[in-house]
Design a protein around this ligand. Structure first.
Ligand code: SF4
Ligand code: SF4
Length: 290
């Protein structure tokens, strides 16, 4: 049976999504951790994974000129809209991989090759196996890279007989988030009680609706604005969304990160650790009912 995927996501950065995902990873067991926030991964900073295997990721193509075949006629430079063709060489930073130069070259001196856009890592951590990645600076196609991380996590789960994949997703509702939530079992939205937090949460709920993924909501730092927390609760009630829990503001969350520990590691008896354990239990109950 395929491992059930649960993604912790948020409409915007800075809501505490990764802190909460890391805490769940510490609590979970029987789980593969997948860092799908490939544009700004940071779970590796916390978990200091030991690398087992690294593979390169190619999200696009780049042109290469065979200098021996090039007559320097200049046609490729004339047709390249990005100023990347500079025969007998190509500026690989400027090249967009459109392939026009390959088409127009009368000497067939140009071919398109895979561009190395990032790396995918198969690692182990103190919280269990972890799939993660890094996109190289200036590279796009982060959605494709997210898909690669999810594939690797699923393969690890199958290899190790693990029943769940816990995903730390990207913030927002863009391509990497769509690649994160497609086909998952549950989307745990971490929000905060600000107007922008509420707006962004609503956008993520709409996205999950489109992909028929059940949303669960966590309000982080709920006590910083009780009025907005009430709004979130009302919204969830009206939409029939399960409010998984509310976490009060507490400097212990930041203190644990500074020590590079998850909250359950840093403060196993803390009330927020207990809250997070209760939330994870509810997630498991929800999964078992599916
Ligand atoms: S079009 Fe082909 S032959 Fe002409 S300059 Fe470019 S690579 Fe060289
Ligand atoms: S592939 Fe496109 S962008 Fe790259 S050098 Fe050729 S024409 Fe220019």
């Amino acid at each position: 049976m395929d491992a059930a995927e649960v993604a912790v996501i948020s409409g915007k950065g800075g809501t505490g999504k990764t802190t909460i995902a890391a805490a769940f990873a510490s609590i979970a067991g029987d789980t593969v951790l997948a860092d799908c926030d490939v544009d700004a991964p940071d779970l590796h900073i916390l978990f200091q994974p030991s690398l087992i295997e690294e593979t390169t990721f190619s999200g696009s193509k780049v042109a290469v000129i065979d200098k021996d075949m090039c007559t320097e006629c200049g046609l490729c430079a004339e047709k390249c809209r990005f100023g990347a063709a500079k025969p007998p060489a190509i500026d690989h930073i400027a090249c967009e991989g459109c392939g026009v130069c390959e088409l127009v070259c009368p000497e067939e001196a140009i071919r398109m090759v895979d561009r190395v856009s990032g790396h995918v890592y198969n690692s182990t951590t103190r919280a269990g196996p972890m799939a993660h990645a890094r996109l190289m600076a200036g590279e796009g196609n982060s959605g494709k890279l997210v898909t690669e991380v999810r594939k690797l996590a699923a393969a690890i789960a199958e290899r190790d007989g693990l029943s769940k994949v816990l995903i730390d997703g990207s913030p927002g509702v863009g391509c990497p988030v769509i690649a994160t939530v497609t086909g998952i079992k549950l989307g745990v939205i971490v929000t905060e009680p600000t107007l922008s937090g509420i707006h962004d949460m609503e956008r993520v709920v709409q996205l999950l609706d489109k992909f028929r993924v059940e949303p669960l909501v966590i309000v982080n730092k709920f006590d910083l604005n009780l009025e907005n927390t009430d709004r979130i609760e009302d919204y969830c009630k009206k939409r029939g969304i399960h409010l998984l829990g509310k976490i009060p503001f507490d400097p212990v969350m930041t203190a644990s990160m500074v020590e590079r520990q998850t909250l359950p590691e840093y403060a196993p008896e803390h009330k927020i650790t207990s809250l997070l354990r209760e939330m994870w239990d509810k997630i498991l109950q929800n999964l078992s009912s599916k």
